[in-house]
Design a binder for this molecule. Structure first.
Ligand SMILES: [Zn+2]
Length: 211
């Protein structure tokens, strides 16, 4: 296990039932990272370290759902709709449903906050920092600054969407960012999206690590 730097936050992204095997938008093997995330979260449960969970939290009929667009299916590309895409998704993480709940095996007691995202019906939010319009803030930056956090560690689901955008925004917000590759799993849509995401993060100065 790595030595975690002081003044660090662990962001556990979207460990929700719909993103796990059996859910509406399952990430293959997503359940295999649960124990490792709990073990790491326990180490962040410390006076100069914090754990924060993010939760995809859509109203019914959200614009990121293929079902909201005439003639479209999940996985179809979508262009020209600001804040949505590059592909459409099945209905998932609808507010107050079982699918939207953070999985019961995740030890939420270690967290100080749950950041909900994707609540605007017309804009998606892959990042836990900003909605996809890159303007609307979730409040996560302010929370981290208030807690005097300098280092952000990212894990959870899915590698090439919500984890990727969360890590990139953490970096652009001025934090040192560590991306925990073995505590995340990807969707890989479109093809090679996982490798491209890892390459983009490395180029941006994010450290890809394993714990
Ligand atoms: Zn979503």
């Amino acid at each position: 296990m790595i030595d975690i730097k002081r003044r660090s936050a662990l962001i556990v992204v979207d460990m929700q039932n719909d993103f796990l095997p059996g859910g509406a938008l399952p990430v293959a093997e997503g359940d295999q990272i649960i124990d490792g995330i709990n073990e790491l979260a326990r180490k962040f449960y410390n006076k100069d370290k914090i754990v924060i969970f993010s939760q995809d939290w859509h109203p019914e009929g959200h614009a990121s759902f293929a079902s909201s667009h005439e003639g479209k299916n999940p996985g179809n590309p979508i262009e020209g709709v600001p804040g949505i895409g590059p592909v459409l998704w099945p209905d998932h993480c609808v507010q107050n449903t079982y699918g939207a709940e953070i999985n019961e095996r995740i030890e939420k007691k270690y967290g100080i906050a749950i950041i909900q995202k994707g609540t605007n019906p017309n804009i998606d939010s892959y990042s836990a920092f900003f909605e996809n319009d890159k303007k609307t803030k979730t409040g996560l930056t302010d929370l981290l600054r208030e807690k005097r956090i300098k280092n952000v560690y990212v894990c959870g689901l899915a590698l090439d969407y919500c984890c990727f955008y969360t890590a990139m925004d953490a970096k652009s917000e001025g934090f040192n960012v560590f991306f925990i590759k073995n505590l995340t799993k990807g969707i890989d849509i479109p093809v090679k999206n996982i490798q491209n995401s890892l390459d983009s993060m490395t180029s941006a100065g994010i450290e890809i690590i394993e714990v």
